[in-house]
Design a protein around this ligand. Structure first.
Ligand code: F3S
Length: 672
């Protein structure tokens, strides 16, 4: 009965319906008496599950999705496993921008797979070379008031055009494409009031660096950051997008700007004025925290090595010698950014000791620079022009020299991310990067004299020839799977009882790196779980993969804080492939536990941690009433080594539904 109730609840709320009128009315009552923030208005319009109470889980209807190639293969394998024929979103787009080197067949196979799977299932495909996902999405697909999730952490860039845009896991994107809801804890609201107007040589990048200085890299966790105040109207959409992009570095759930006449003008210039809607917060909207940035008094800033919130005025850092300047990435690669750089470089030469790289954010930007002559100014100055892609931002080339100083217009400067462990990476505006490339030392651009004035164009150059629309007749499309594309492992419906062996017993603090080693050598195999499985736990117990294969899987027993570290889904999918049905620990790291549930592996914790010492590798372990006990939401009976004891399965109603169905994909599949 409990299971039926859970399923019924999901059905009522999933997909495009907004059927839970009781919940909606209750929220209406609450928001009728107090004003709403922009984010709350969009959340309310997309709410399909839960109540808008801070910290409680809410389910949202998703209008648009995006993927990039590094996460896209897995997201589409997951989508295929759901068995949904055509995407149920208003718009879904697959971008190729992360790995465009194609230094082996694996990468090219991934691109071919993504291109064909997109064509078959109603997804637009942006080819390698068309640009960075967030830049292109802003130009060609973003729309105010809509919800967007993307399998990339900088998806909040869309907030610059008034979208509520979230970075999410590949599975979340697959479920949303299948019409399922996207779940987040209801965030707190933060208001950042912008006053005044940026002075010459001071940029949008300096605004977000100042916010990072104030809020720190942890300050946005569980919060939506909303920009307001008279300074907003002075900023173009690409400048706003630079700010919402780096909201990811605050740890924020997302960031958003109002949608106003500036937004309308941008959309009109992109030939998409019809998607414009105005959006503003109510005058009496309530915020949990407030910050101020006075644009009049802002100066050029830099985030020092090795943290985005380690921010200082450029003028105070001193004239350090610079080896490399990289301009581009989803943070600073717009037409506006590139035109400023071209104007600074025009008629001058890059310093002999500096390597300057330029990656325009999109084919649109690149082509406009070519047509208006700015590209020639950049080339003549001695810059190196790279492809419209993530490039050096994701470590695809351009690692600095040993102990080199690199100024980058990107969003992250963690140690080693550039590919050179001892490099010193500073995050700066395009103005600072271009000025420093000319002088060879970190330079406050205000020392260069008069700043260039760049006008936003009335019309962007519109050429969507590198965006391939889905097939009109999907039956004619064959999905191409090279040898690197292997099917996604799916869990199966939970049995009434389960018995198997303990296939691994670990100590405390097992990380996702222990479960599955990271490293660039294994990265190309993310779409090849059978191959990847040979490396599961090899640094803990090299016999683990073979043991699982011999015994058809079993149960893992772990200590405290099992699964800490990254959020990688593979750390659950690969054990699932090897037949692991349950993980019994003293405690779990939160995200890994959610990933186990998503894959259909039952996360159990010892009711009495002393039981951990009484069971051993190779023992037979059984869960005699597992289905009934999971459905009822109580404790789970475990029989092992002749003893019977209890374990807890502390999950939400929705997660219990997923465990009964054998994982979130199966659960979502049941709804259609
Ligand atoms: Fe690409 Fe770097 Fe952005 S990897 S999506 S340019 S953060």
């Amino acid at each position: 009965a409990v299971e039926a109730a859970i399923l019924l609840r999901f059905r009522k709320n999933a997909g495009h319906g907004m059927s839970d009128t009781r919940v909606r009315d209750k929220n209406k009552e609450r928001f009728d008496i107090m004003g709403m923030t922009i984010a709350e208005k969009i959340l309310k319009a997309h709410l399909v599950d839960g109540e808008m109470v801070k910290g409680e889980e809410i389910g949202l209807r998703i209008d648009q999705t995006l993927t990039q190639d590094a996460t896209g293969t897995m997201a589409y394998l997951q989508f295929e496993a759901m068995g949904v024929d055509q995407v149920k979103t208003e718009r879904s787009v697959a971008y190729i921008d992360h790995n465009t080197l194609q230094s082996g067949f694996e990468n090219a196979d991934d691109h071919k797979y993504i291109g064909t799977v997109a064509k078959k299932h109603g997804i637009y495909y942006s080819k390698a070379g068309n640009g960075i996902c967030h830049q292109v999405h802003l130009e060609r697909f973003g729309a105010p008031g809509k919800t967007l999730i993307g399998s990339d952490s900088h998806t909040p860039t869309g907030g610059g055009i008034g979208m509520l845009a979230f970075g999410a896991g590949g599975l979340d994107v697959a479920v949303a494409m299948g019409g399922g809801a996207y779940y987040i804890p209801m965030p707190k609201m933060v208001r950042v009031t912008l006053t005044g107007k940026l002075k010459p040589w001071v940029a949008a990048k300096d605004i977000i660096l100042d916010v990072l200085r104030q809020m720190t890299v942890k300050g946005g966790v569980g919060k939506i950051v909303e920009y307001a105040g008279p300074g907003v109207a002075t900023l173009s959409v690409p400048e706003r997008a630079t700010i919402t992009n780096m909201g990811a570095e605050l740890g924020a759930t997302t960031s958003i700007f109002p949608s106003d006449e500036v937004t309308r003008a941008f959309l009109k210039a992109q030939g998409r004025e019809e998607v414009y809607v105005p959006l503003a917060s109510d005058p009496d909207a309530v915020y949990d925290e407030e910050y101020m940035v006075d644009l009049d008094n802002l100066v050029p800033l830099a985030a020092m090595p090795h943290m985005p919130d380690n921010v200082k005025p450029v003028s105070e850092i001193g004239e350090i010698k610079v080896n490399q300047c990289c301009i581009g990435s989803c943070t600073n690669s717009s037409y506006y950014d590139m035109m400023k750089v071209a104007a600074i470089l025009k008629g001058k030469h890059v310093h002999p000791d500096v390597s300057l790289t330029i990656s325009p954010g999109s084919m649109q930007v690149f082509n406009m620079l070519a047509k208006n002559g700015a590209l020639s100014d950049i080339i003549a100055a001695g810059a190196r022009i790279l492809e419209c892609a993530c490039g050096p931002c994701i470590g695809m080339g351009q690692s600095p020299e040993s102990a080199g100083v690199s100024l980058r217009t990107f969003n992250r400067n963690f140690e080693g991310r550039s590919g050179t462990q001892d490099a010193q990476i500073y995050l700066v505006s395009p103005e600072v990067a271009a000025a420093s490339a000319l002088t060879g030392v970190l330079t406050d651009p205000r020392t260069l004299g008069e700043a260039p004035e760049i006008q936003m164009p009335e019309h962007f150059d519109i050429n969507d020839s590198m965006i391939i629309p889905p097939a009109e007749d999907p039956s004619t499309v064959e999905v191409r799977r090279g040898p690197n594309i292997k099917p996604f492992p799916l869990g199966h419906e939970l049995e009434d009882s389960y018995a198997g062996k303990i296939v691994l017993k670990t100590e405390d603090n097992i990380t996702t790196d222990h479960i599955l080693p990271a490293g660039s050598k294994l990265l190309p195999y993310r779409s090849n779980i059978p191959y990847y499985s040979n490396y599961c736990f090899i640094n803990v117990d090299p016999k683990f993969p073979a043991r699982c294969q011999e015994q058809g899987g079993g149960v893992i027993v772990g200590g405290a804080n099992y699964g800490q570290g990254s959020s990688r889904e593979h750390a659950a999918l690969v054990p699932l492939y090897l037949g692991v049905r349950a993980v019994l620990t003293k405690s779990f790291a939160r995200i890994h536990k959610a990933n186990l549930v998503n894959s259909g592996i039952i996360p159990l914790t010892f009711a009495d941690p002393a039981d951990y010492d009484k069971i051993n590798l190779g023992d037979v372990i059984s869960l005699p009433n597992i289905r009934e006990e999971i459905a009822a939401g109580g404790q789970v009976t475990v029989v092992c080594g002749g003893r019977t004891f209890k374990a807890d399965c502390d999950v939400s109603d929705r997660q219990r539904g997923a465990l009964l169905a054998g994982g979130t994909l199966n659960y979502a599949k049941k709804q259609h």
